[in-house]
Design a binder for this molecule. Structure first.
Ligand code: F6R
Length: 252
């Protein structure tokens, strides 16, 4: 794993945007996996800036999001559809027909998940998957105990995740949907490059277990140790419990 430690959230976001830009410039029709949550918002802001000020062209990219809550219609303010359009897609020149975000309202979730997997294959697989990490070590919504070979499917969210995401639902844990459609750990691991971002002290324990702990389904992100091209971009707080020395981003 390549671990890059940056000074703070903004430096982390800029560094991550550099990887995305490099990919799109090299491969304009790149397939990019996107994540939601607080962590990648700075990265998305920087990509919007690159589009507006430097003409970074997203017109040919194909996108696949990691997950979506079950039961939330696309236009719900807290759906991941709304999140992606508000925080990134509507500000760049992505082609809406190239955007894939799981639909949490389909009647046959199983058939839908199979279709989602097929669709990723049809586009030749994901070139770069952006990831955040949960306090409990989840990636996507693959909570502790998820099969490390799992595919896109429905998952029940862990208590920590419900607590953490209550902030988006007026602080009321009972309003957070209890289940989500998520790409599986196996699906994520097939992406050619993994780019995991983590910021802040509350992620430090999960980051330590991911990088320096054993590979275990109890910390799904730890499977990244087996990936040939896994890059972690951390800020100093998220990296604060790491015991070994890692690449330090001296450009910030
Ligand atoms: C979101 C996702 C989740 C988040 C994780 C961290 O699409 O898949 O794994 O990345 O819950 O969320 P934040 O960034 O809000 O701390």
């Amino acid at each position: 794993m390549r671990v890059i430690i940056t000074k703070d959230y903004d430096a982390m976001s800029r560094r991550a945007a550099g990887f995305v830009r490099e990919l799109i410039e090299r491969k304009p029709d790149a397939v990019i996996g996107f994540a939601t949550g607080s962590t990648p918002i700075g990265l998305y802001r920087e990509l919007i800036r690159m589009h507006r000020e430097e003409g970074l062209d997203f017109s040919k990219i194909v996108t696949f999001n990691l997950d979506e809550y079950i039961g939330l219609p696309k236009d719900h303010p807290e759906s991941y559809h709304t999140f992606m359009w508000e925080n990134l897609f509507k500000h760049i020149n992505v082609n809406p027909s190239n955007v894939h975000i799981p639909d949490g309202t389909v009647p046959d979730v199983e058939a839908y998940c199979e279709w989602y997997e097929e669709r990723i294959k049809k586009f030749g697989g994901i070139d770069l998957q952006i990831l955040g990490i949960g306090r409990d070590g989840h990636i996507g919504f693959n909570e502790p105990g998820s099969s490390l070979g799992s595919r896109t499917r429905i998952k029940t969210l862990a208590k920590e995740t419900l607590e953490d995401n209550a902030r988006f639902f007026g602080g009321d844990i009972n309003k957070v949907p209890k289940q989500a459609i998520t790409m599986g750990v196996g699906t994520i691991m097939e992406a050619k490059v993994l780019l995991l971002l983590a910021s802040g002290k509350k992620k430090a324990e999960a980051v330590k277990k991911t990088v320096e702990g054993p590979i275990t389904a109890m910390v799904p992100a730890s499977i990244m140790q087996l990936h040939p091209k896994a890059i972690l971009i951390l800020d100093q707080e998220a990296a604060s419990l790491l015991e070994r020395e890692y690449e330090y981003d001296s450009t910030v």
